[in-house]
Design a protein around this ligand. Structure first.
Ligand code: FAD
Length: 469
């Protein structure tokens, strides 16, 4: 159906950036085609990222709760076992339901979907090697590159997705490894480490830097690391991986980041989660002269336009937080600009969530950032130990921390560690986007008993005193 007919918008990549851009473009009345090579829509996020990881985090959490917490609540089970194939099947069902759902949304919104590998032949033409075999040329007045990112491997380490896995392999292991070593203490490593740790793996996280999740507020990070350590996750920080040997089992040679004596660690499976890299392979960007930076990210202006007229880029393939919701916002704003409307994304107010247990969620500045910027700020904190709902459900680990401007009380940053922090954060996201003060949050009536009351009390603590502590 794409044929040689010209589209208003062609999107290369059907991930959260690309599929959202395509749907929005069609909704705005633009003739739109989306090209995706994977065979399913939803990109990294739905197929091998956000969704399967959250499915396994939930299933493994239920197992862990049944084994370790149900009895405290008077629920007795005679035995609790893991059925790994059933757990994986549940995850696969969630993924396929959602990816098929996007195909349905494409049909509903009349987005033309071409399955195949796209590459530029000119700034307004994409040649597609289709999955069925054969080739078609898709033309567009505007072309949006939304090709996302791929796993970053480490020098000297070959990922086989069996014993040395990326996050993709870690989402589909056929057995629970006795010993799992995670290279990289970012959110993906900690989430996947949590999944397998709950199912019984001995998990060691090796990290080059002195801290886990370096972007996190340091005070929250300290508590978070302690919590993960209580869950028996081991950390080797300031540690560098020198080599990996897969002759007999997997042996990992490490040394202090600053240099020093080497040690050898043994594992059944090693997860390499040392970051992600923009994916533009085979796209023909150089052919049409699109500029990229040293890291391979496509450079765009504040309207998502590249240096080549009519060519735009969004999501993980451009600079900014590599998150699905950021890619979606980019997609909507980019298409709004193309349609002659006004789009808007503020990267300083994109929330970040680590979906471990407890979860850690944040928006805005950390205390370290506020200091570095020389901002005058006040801090309000409230622990969930003093929150009635958290106590009622015996899940009171965590804290809310708010930073507000010393003069104006305007909220600068909010950091939450709590079982459902990823949901709780959105009140703060809304507040910070509307430039609210901490007093604005404190004076809003919050339902009792809820975890959200901790946010209200932390807000009170920022400019006055909280009630319950
Ligand atoms: P992608 O999702 O990578 O999609 C790009 C698509 O383009 C791919 O499907 C690819 O096949 C296709 N493509 C590439 N080149 C071509 C071509 N030449 N022709 C045709 N098609 C092409 N983010 C969150 O916000 N929350 C989370 O909880 C979260 N969890 C994650 C867990 C894991 C394990 C991983 C790996 C990532 C996670 N992320 C999470 C990050 C999130 O997946 C990405 O930020 C998001 O998918 C980026 O969207 P995108 O559309 O830019 O790119």
């Amino acid at each position: 159906a794409s044929g040689s007919e010209e589209n208003d918008v062609v999107v290369i990549g059907g991930g959260p950036g690309g599929y959202v851009a395509a749907i929005k473009a069609a909704q705005l009345g633009l003739k739109t085609t989306c090209i995706e090579k994977r065979g399913t829509l939803g990109g990294t996020c739905l197929n091998v990222g956000c969704i399967p990881s959250k499915a396994l985090l939930h299933s493994s959490h239920m197992y862990h709760e049944a084994k370790h917490s149900f009895a405290n609540h008077g629920v007795k089970l005679s035995s609790v076992e893991v059925d790994l194939p059933a757990m994986m099947a549940q995850k696969d069902k969630a993924v396929s339901n959602l990816t098929r759902g996007i195909e349905g949304l494409f049909k509903k919104n009349k987005v033309n979907y071409v399955k195949g590998y796209g590459k530029f032949i000119s700034p307004s033409e994409v040649s597609v090697d289709t999955l069925e075999g054969g080739n078609t040329v898709v033309k567009g007045k505007n072309i949006i590159v939304a090709t996302g990112s791929d796993v970053k491997s480490l020098p000297g380490i070959t990922i086989d997705e069996k014993r040395i896995v990326s996050s993709t392999g870690a989402l589909a292991l056929s057995e629970i490894p006795k010993k799992l070593i995670v290279i990289g203490a970012g959110y993906i490593g900690l989430e996947m480490g949590s999944v397998w740790g709950r199912l019984g793996s001995e998990v060691t996280v090796v990290e080059f830097a002195p801290d886990i999740v370096p972007t996190m507020d340091a005070e929250i990070r300290k508590q978070f690391q302690r919590s993960l350590e209580k869950q028996k996750m081991k950390f080797m920080l300031k540690t560098k991986v020198v080599s990996v040997d897969t002759e007999n089992g997997v042996k990992l040679t490490v040394e202090p980041s600053a240099g020093g004596d080497q040690t050898t660690l043994e594992a059944d499976v090693v997860l390499v989660s040392a970051g992600r890299t923009p994916f533009t392979s085979g796209l023909g960007l150089d052919k049409i002269g699109v500029e990229t930076d040293k890291a391979g990210r496509i450079l765009v202006n504040d309207r998502f336009a590249t240096n080549v007229a009519g060519v735009y880029a969004i999501g993980d393939v451009i600079p900014g937080p590599m998150l699905a919701h950021k890619a979606e916002e980019d997609g909507v704003a980019c298409v709004e600009f193309i349609a002659g409307k006004h789009g808007h994304v503020d990267y300083d107010k994109v929330p970040g969530v680590v979906y471990t247990h407890p979860e850690v969620a944040s928006v805005g500045k950390t205390e370290e950032q506020a200091k570095a910027l020389g901002l005058g700020y006040r801090v309000g904190k409230f622990p969930f130990m003093a929150n009635s709902r958290a106590k009622a459900i015996d899940n009171a680990e965590g804290i809310v921390k708010i930073l507000a401007d010393k003069e104006t009380d305007k909220i600068l940053g909010v950091h939450i560690m709590a079982p459902n922090a990823g949901e709780l954060i959105h009140e703060a996201v809304l507040a910070i986007n509307y430039e609210a003060s901490s007093e604005d949050i404190a004076r809003v009536c919050h339902a009792h008993p809820t975890m959200s009351e901790a946010l209200k009390e932390a807000a009170m603590a920022t400019y006055d005193k909280p009630i319950h502590i």
